[in-house]
Design a protein around this ligand. Structure first.
Ligand code: C5P
Length: 397
């Protein structure tokens, strides 16, 4: 049920931490990839060795590895996770989460997580019933955190009442339900995503292409599919495997991509045009390898057709998202493309921004629609894809 899902398990300093070992094992056997972040106090209740062995991943406690200074990035942990489950969650951690206090790795990760977050409170009955705890839980619910109610029964204090952490099997079921809910936000919607670089043959050996890695388009296809959409990825050349649950159609040239895109677009709810399509292609393709001569060689190029502009003409009430990669006057050029190609919004990346554009795993983009521009900070491409999917979701609503 959790196959292929990334679950970040946060463990805090409660006696119920011993159950985190069973919980971790159940998450693993349901097919999830599990990473564990612990508060410093949680280590007193269950050893990192136990959790590392069960999760098959190193345990994260500190902001830095004291041995080599390596940084444990709470931002990347939050991006990696499909769900952040804090179990057991103590009254202290819940209070800090509700107030935005960030004095350990588990809490900073909570503040930067964009995925669904669930907490399984564990504490004594009076602590649980205390108005302060109940108020904090209300605040967390209002912030979208799923609270997995504790059970009633015998507590470590010897008292009996509500406060026992829910049983691990129940917690796994709650996580599955939470992910199903999230997954379905684009259920029933169909998208076409173009990605990668086209290849324009010169002869049987040589071709014209560009630096596009396809990473951004593949991340968008994956983000849409994870939300339940049916995604067709029209892919030029990349070295990437097709994301899970996405139908990939490989094409070579701009003309191939044009044919496939115009055929597929009418049966979709929208398209994201992420491919780096050649603007020019050799006017003639030699059927034999061109032999070198003494002098220079001139290859005549002719214009390819603009796929995005054609889909813009066909679009009716479909959604169309374009990209603009600019080196100068970025905003002006992107605004012009938004209008000319009839895009609903444009994802602008400027090659002048360090960390943006081709090949890398990060991007720095501005989302531009007719009502204005939203400049996003430097992020992983998977996170940028999430923001694009959020905007698509809002526009379809
Ligand atoms: O005009 P420019 O190439 O800068 O526009 C970029 C946008 O148009 C991108 O979304 C790209 O995928 C799309 N495009 C296209 N077909 C072309 C050229 C660009 O779909 N032939």
């Amino acid at each position: 049920m959790l196959k292929g899902r990334n679950i970040l398990l946060g463990v805090t300093g409660s006696i119920a931490a011993y159950k985190a070992a069973m919980l971790c094992r159940l998450l693993k056997t349901s097919g999830a990839d599990v990473r564990v972040v612990m508060t410093p106090l949680a280590k007193q209740f269950i050893t990192p060795l136990t959790m590392a062995t069960l999760s098959k991943n190193p345990i994260l406690v500190e902001f830095f590895d004291p041995e080599n200074g390596a940084w444990n990035s709470h931002v990347s942990l939050g991006e990696w996770a499909d769900c952040y489950l804090i179990a057991p969650a103590t009254a202290n951690t819940l209070a800090k989460m509700a107030c935005g206090i960030a004095d350990n790795l588990l809490l900073t990760t909570y503040l930067s997580a964009r995925c669904p977050v669930a907490v399984a409170p564990a504490m004594d009955l009076d602590m649980y019933a205390h108005p302060a705890t109940q108020e904090n839980l209300e605040k967390l619910r209002a912030a979208g955190v799923a609270v997995i109610e504790p059970d009633e029964g015998e507590l470590a204090s010897g008292l009996c009442g509500k406060g026992r952490m829910a049983e691990p099997a129940q917690i796994v079921r709650s996580v599955e339900a939470l992910l199903d809910q999230k997954k379905k936000s684009l259920a029933g919607k169909r998208f076409l995503v173009t990605a990668g670089a086209t290849i324009e043959p010169i002869d049987p050996v040589r071709y014209l292409t560009n630096h596009s890695s396809g990473k951004m388009g593949y991340a968008i296809a994956e983000a849409l599919a994870r939300r339940g959409a049916e995604v067709t990825l029209l892919s030029g050349r990349t070295c990437l495997p097709a994301p899970e649950g996405v139908r990939r159609i490989d094409v070579l040239t701009a003309a191939d991509m044009y044919r496939a895109a115009t055929e597929l677009f009418p049966s979709t709810d929208g398209a994201v045009m992420c491919a780096a399509v050649a603007d020019y292609t050799p006017a003639e393709v030699a059927d034999r390898k061109l032999k070198k001569g003494d002098g220079d060689l001139t290859i005549r190029l002719c214009r390819t057709r603009d796929i995005a502009a054609e889909l813009g003409r066909m679009k009716n009430d479909r959604l169309l998202v374009g990209f603009a990669l600019e080196t100068h006057d970025a905003l002006a050029h992107a605004t012009e493309k938004l209008r000319r190609k009839n895009f609903d919004f444009v994802v602008l990346n400027s090659l002048q921004d360090p960390g943006a554009g081709f090949r890398g795993d990060t991007n720095k983009v501005t989302l531009l629609d007719p009502s204005g521009a939203e400049e996003l900070p430097l992020m992983c491409k998977t996170e940028v894809a999430g923001r694009i999917a959020d905007k698509i979701e809002n526009l379809l609503r």
